[in-house]
Ligand binder design. Sequence first.
Ligand code: NAD
Length: 291
Amino acid sequence: MPHILDGKKVAQKLKEQLKVEIDNIKLKFKRVPGLAVIQVGNVAASSVYVKAKTKAANEVGINVFDHHLKDTIEQGELLNLINQLNNHNDVDGILVQLPLPKSFNEQKILDSITPEKDADGFHPINVGKLSISQKNDENLLIPCTPFGCLLLLKELNIDLVGKNAVVIGRSNIVGKPMAQLLIKESCTVTIVHSKTVDIEKICKKADILIAAIGKPELVNKNWVKDGAIVIDVGINRIKLNENKSKLVGDVFFNEVKENTMAISPVPGGVGPMTIACLLRNTTTSCKNRLA
Ligand code: NAD
């Protein structure tokens, strides 16, 4: 029987650890970590994510500064707000919910967040630090989704050293930082993507397969070695009929699961870990700033 990697449970464990750390910060420094959450416009999925992040932050004792802006604002106004938050002493983490409206230069906005308060770990300074650090230093601000995947893997208590890991997808927010994290664990890492030749053959050799593609159930049993560990990052909504839809991952879960050692489901796998790691980054920023 495969081990189903329960992201909700592992995320809850991390949140409980963070709560203890936050209580200690409160005792010692008479303040709690602060997270500024910026949403521009009303994209439905963004509103769902912002609500979930705010609720989780409140649960562990993080103070949330909510900034919900109209999509008619100018890029300059958003840059001004970020500048104010960069200088606000009670704000330790700043999160800009993506995607931004088309008229905004997303990279410019993300780059304007001071690296010390970069709750998502997307700033070039933090990307660089992740890339050059020898191990997963606990002061680093690490992109939340790949960090969550690594913590899920660690739950299995297996030796990652020398494992053949294949990451499907080369995005800046998942695929590339995922590869960096696995290299630091001494895995042998291959990144494959939309232009890779013989992708199934390469994936079939993986001891650890991470799918971060955005294509519903693309990865079927022909891609997966017997006994592999499969982490599914994908979140895809598919229509079942006129009124009904459901969320599926990038992996054809029911077909693949039987022959795996462990597999993460969608929903309930990587998603909750991403949120818990955002809280971890905010707490880490706070500790770094108070040190
Ligand atoms: P992206 O679109 O930026 O990148 C997708 C990657 O997949 C690209 O590098 C592309 O080369 C590759 N790809 C596309 N088609 C392919 C194919 N046919 N074969 C092989 N590779 C292919 O997406 P992203 O932001 O990295 O997100 C990937 C998925 O993860 C999406 O479904 C997204 O919704 C999900 N996601 C989930 C979480 C979470 O918290 N669970 C967080 C971020 C992203």
